[in-house]
Design a protein around this ligand. Structure first.
Ligand code: ISL
Ligand code: CA
Length: 560
């Protein structure tokens, strides 16, 4: 396997709006990020993924871009951005931006020109189609609810938006559009960034017949996914983009790739794949029910473990996955993946160690490193997110009580991840001196960075040790390139696997007991040493008796 600069790196996602506000307007900003670079460097972070900071009306928190060449005013200036890049370079860190090119904002100049002249060239930047019998061209539901087609005023035409109506889909079939996108990408590379996280990229290839499908809900609509699944040939676009942009800069790219078609893995993340890596969403999709996330089933440990392990097995000879337990679209891992009895510091550390040492590039989402949790709200008005409002309404329409609908939001709302970063125990968790754009989680008094920096047994200190271990010269080869093999799969609530360096024979067991009972695991041979435990060393008993080497793990114990 050809070695790449990013193979052994650790990445961290920043959601700028909620990270740190330096001017008291209640909105996080670039200056806030710059002021925390030393904190991230200390933690051991190499790559920062910055969620969108471009000019935007913020209908979908910046994932609706009105100017790809400008920094949103509330985040700062282009000078601030250049300073961020320079300060990161000084620290040997890499910046990757969010590339949102399936759609732009309806306020983007291109869409405004298309509206002004629906038969002119700019209409060809989007999907404008004639209505059928006074209705939309087909029965697609957008991801944020309602039809994915919205009427172009004063015409019988509709435009396609797989997300909100303020996010018209860009027409990738149009070579002019593709060329403008590639120019923009290269313009950012010239500023010194190292790559991109690529948003909703599976959506760029449409089935141009736009056929209707049988409805999958009472609204008579069908998920856009159905149309996307019937579209073929995305690889041509992705190869062209890579050739015109990423390849020229030896970039690190991570695709937001859902619903990969069969046999496409190598094409996407193989040695010469479209992307360096893609996020493993096999666990995330488990939190979708039949109609979205409001009717999601409770997380089943075995399904979760199987999903992650299947990804590991499939990837082994192909490439690298980007491993995550959180991002800005998902609930907090400390709440979502941990059973009730494990929602404590020991449990959070166990979750950290078990996902972090899987084969692939580990990503940490802001606040995850201190074990931030989901947030209880009493009314839907306390949420901001467009998708949360849609799912809440869908729940009510389906006959759920207000309490049940709010509970679903507590479990799965994207806003759980978007509450302000909890820096200290001062008002608003030290995020702002003003009023935060989204109310903070009141548990900042207990869960915050300052407290954890001062405590050697904190979740934050554990993450530091974990990152240092992953990069330690004597183990980095095994953790980066070593094989993955599941272990003790027959033991209830045991998340365990071996990472093995086939060349040196070094073999490292990672095990976490997510169950309530103490478990004794027989070992093939006595272990040389314990590299890391979650601070409960007293309960982790390694029996070194030659005849019966075994490992005893109490509830929430983990050991490497
Ligand atoms: O249903 C999905 C795929 O089948 C969705 O999960 C979808 O792909 C995902 O929500 C895309 O998310 C990204 O693009 C959105 C934005 O709201 C999210 O924040 C972003 O991560 C639109 O740009
Ligand atoms: Ca601010």
């Amino acid at each position: 396997m050809k070695r790449k600069w990013w193979h052994d790196k650790v990445a961290y996602q920043i959601y700028p709006k909620s990270f740190l506000d330096t001017n008291g307007d209640g909105i996080g900003d670039l200056k806030g990020i710059i002021s925390k670079l030393d904190y991230l460097k200390e933690l051991g972070i190499d790559i920062i993924w910055l969620s969108p900071v471009y000019e935007s009306p913020f209908v979908d928190q910046g994932y609706d871009i009105s100017d790809y060449y400008k920094i949103a005013e509330q985040f700062g200036t282009m000078d601030d951005f250049d300073t961020l890049v320079a300060e990161m370079k000084k620290r040997g860190m890499h910046l990757i931006m969010d590339l949102v090119v399936n759609h732009c904002s309806d306020k983007h100049e291109w869409f405004q020109k298309a509206l002004a002249d629906p038969d002119g060239p700019y209409a060809g930047y989007f999907y404008f189609r004639e209505g059928k019998d006074g209705k939309a061209p087909s029965n697609y539901r957008s991801y944020f609810g309602g039809s994915a087609w919205t009427k172009v005023p004063g015409t019988n035409k509709y435009y396609l938006h797989t997300f909100a109506k303020e996010q018209p889909d860009l027409n990738w079939e149009n070579p002019v559009v593709r060329k403008k996108i590639y120019e923009m990408i290269n313009w950012w590379f010239e500023k010194g960034i190292s790559g991109f996280r690529i948003d909703a990229i599976i959506n760029i290839k449409k089935n141009l017949d736009f056929p209707s499908f049988p409805a999958d809900g009472d609204d008579g609509l069908v998920s856009c996914d159905k149309m996307l699944a019937s579209a073929h040939g995305i690889g041509t676009f992705l190869e062209e983009m890579k050739h015109e942009t990423f390849d020229k800069y030896d970039a690190f790219t991570v695709g937001e790739v859902f619903h990969l078609k069969e046999d496409e893995l190598r094409e996407f993340i193989g040695e010469d794949g479209h992307f360096s890596t893609k996020f493993d969403f096999s666990a995330h999709v488990l939190s979708y029910g039949e109609h979205g996330w409001y009717d999601a089933p409770a997380l089943d440990f075995n399904r979760w473990r199987t999903a992650l392990f299947d990804t590991q097995k499939a990837d082994l000879t192909v490439g690298f996955e980007a491993n995550i337990i959180e991002n800005h679209d998902e609930p907090r891992g400390a709440t979502h993946y941990l059973p009730a009895h494990a929602r404590n510091e020991a449990g959070v550390k166990m979750l950290a160690a078990t996902y972090f040492l899987l084969r692939g590039i580990p990503f940490i989402y802001q606040g995850q490193e201190i074990g931030m949790t989901n947030c209880v709200r009493n009314d839907i008005s306390e949420y901001d997110d467009i998708s949360t409002k849609d799912q809440y309404q869908a729940a009510l329409n389906a006959g759920c009580s207000k309490e049940a609908a709010l509970h679903a939001c507590y479990e799965n709302s994207r806003d759980n991840a978007r509450t302000p970063m909890q820096w200290d125990n001062s008002l608003h968790g030290g995020f702002t001196t003003g009023t935060p754009w989204l109310a903070e989680n009141p548990n900042y008094t207990k869960i915050n960075v300052t407290d954890q920096l001062n405590r050697p047994d904190s979740v934050l200190s554990f993450y530091k040790e974990l990152i240092a271990l992953r990069k330690a010269p004597e183990y980095v080869e095994t953790f980066t390139y070593g094989t993955f093999a599941a272990a003790y799969e027959d033991v209830d609530h045991m998340f365990a696997y071996y990472r093995t360096n086939e060349e040196t024979g070094q073999r490292i067991l990672v095990a976490g007991n997510f169950g309530t009972d103490t478990v004794t695991l027989p070992l093939e041979k006595p272990a040389d040493r314990v590299l890391l435990t979650n601070g409960k060393t007293a309960d982790v008993i390694l029996t070194r008796n030659r005849e019966s080497a075994s490992l005893v793990l109490g509830s929430c114990d983990c050991v490497v």
